[in-house]
Design a protein around this ligand. Structure first.
Ligand code: NAD
Length: 379
């Protein structure tokens, strides 16, 4: 009977999440009124690599509150291909040199920076100076100092800043956050989070070049595992201790291959994360005093999958995470809805990344962190 009640409760929660999403769309439609119903956020993608090509541009064909208005590319051949495919006017196509002219283009409201990590800060700051709202891909930059520079530039220009953390708009992740908030599984005591894939491609790719990437697996995939521990506890960590493993130094010449880290949280919860460019892993397990919830996969493009100690299988309809994420940012800009992944979230994660590298450099010594409660949390 107890289990049945819990199942019913969770079922209601799941339906609740769905109807909350529906209500927010409905209330958006109602709130827009007759004069605003044509307004959508015009987004320009900067960097037309694989993420822009295969995820963001297709998702922008399905978004309700934003659309692909322009492109910025360093590869002239891509200009015509993208212009033809997505009906982009010549006036909305820029290269890295004339990018700053975008300031004069009223049909572009926001710039989405999808370049190698070391180029994020430069282009986010230039976009802000051009008066455009900014979406920055993860990891935010290659140092906390650069994250601050992006945040300050956006503040100074009075533009909005969001991170490309797509999981904050994703229903399984929302469900975990809700379980934690409602203490469905009691007090959270332990999280295990893994985000990794095996890299075997071109050893000269930018992700394996520290100057362009800022770091290896930790910067690329580890941020997902760090995030899992934060929404799995609802807290920011107070310390990290970390270890690095290297088994293919001839391939990973310049960047970290595998990192494991332990995090402590103010409530006493502890977490173990693993990230790697040498093996595949993609899951999170959240254990509380009354049960557990698990997502596997937990951080790919979906559909994700999850279950709980109550015997429930989590099931949500699949939608493009990128579509949901960009619509959420557009609603933040257009309607003042909460920013689900603010710039401070990117900075907080970079502070944790830097603390993990510091711990490794000190032979695994514990490094303390001192975040204000809720720092970097999205709305
Ligand atoms: P990619 O290698 O496929 O594309 C990179 C783009 O940057 C290319 O268009 C390339 O021409 C351009 N570029 C400009 N200068 C370059 C240089 N010096 N070296 C290499 N490329 C250069 O990379 P991607 O997978 O599209 O990743 C781009 C960004 O998006 C990264 O910050 C990455 O972390 C992020 N990303 C996020 C997700 C996500 O799920 N949120 C997924 C993939 C990538």
């Amino acid at each position: 009977m107890k289990n049945l009640t819990r199942r019913d409760f969770n079922g209601l929660m799941m339906k609740g999440a769905g109807s909350a999403a529906l209500m927010s769309v409905t209330s958006f439609a109602c709130a827009m009124g007759p004069n605003q119903d044509k307004k959508k956020l015009g987004i320009a993608l900067v960097g037309l690599g694989s993420y822009s090509t295969y995820q963001l541009a297709p998702a922008l064909q399905d978004t309700q509150h934003c659309y692909l208005a322009g492109i910025v590319t360093g590869t002239p051949d891509k200009e015509k291909i993208w212009a033809d495919k997505y009906n982009i006017p010549k006036a909305n196509i820029y290269n890295y040199q004339n990018f700053d002219d975008i300031a004069k283009n009223d049909s572009i409201d926001a710039v989405y920076v999808v370049l190698p990590n070391s180029m994020h800060a430069d282009f986010c700051i230039r976009a802000a100076k051009a008066g455009k709202h900014v979406i920055c891909e993860k990891p935010m930059a290659v140092s906390v100092e650069e994250c601050d520079a992006i945040i300050n530039a956006c503040k100074a220009a009075g533009v909005k800043l969001g991170m490309g953390y797509r999981l904050h708009s994703e229903p399984y992740t929302q469900q975990v956050k809700q379980f934690v908030k409602e203490k469905t599984f009691g007090d959270i005591k332990f999280i295990s989070a893994e985000a990794a894939y095996r890299s075997t491609g071109n050893p000269d790719q930018w992700r394996l070049n520290k100057k362009l990437s800022g770091g290896g697996a930790l910067m690329n995939m580890g941020v997902y595992a760090v995030q899992s521990t934060i929404y799995g506890t609802g807290e920011n960590p107070i310390s990290v201790s970390a270890q690095e493993f290297s088994t293919r130094p001839e391939y990973f010449k310049d960047t970290d291959e595998t990192i494991m880290a332990q995090l402590e949280f103010p409530s006493g919860a502890v977490a173990n994360i693993s990230t790697s460019h040498n093996f595949n892993a993609n899951s999170m397990y959240v254990s509380g005093t009354n049960g557990w919830v698990q997502l596997q996969p937990a951080n790919n493009y979906g559909p994700l999958s999850g279950k709980t100690s109550n015997g429930d299988i989590l099931e949500f309809p699949h939608e493009s995470q990128q579509k949901l994420q960009m619509d959420d940012f557009a609603k933040h800009v257009l309607l003042g809805e909460p920013n689900k992944a603010p710039g401070e979230m990117g900075k907080r994660d970079m502070m944790i990344v830097e603390a993990i590298y510091e711990s490794i450099a000190k032979g695994g010594q514990k490094v303390n962190l001192n975040f204000a409660p809720g720092f970097g949390f999205g709305g």
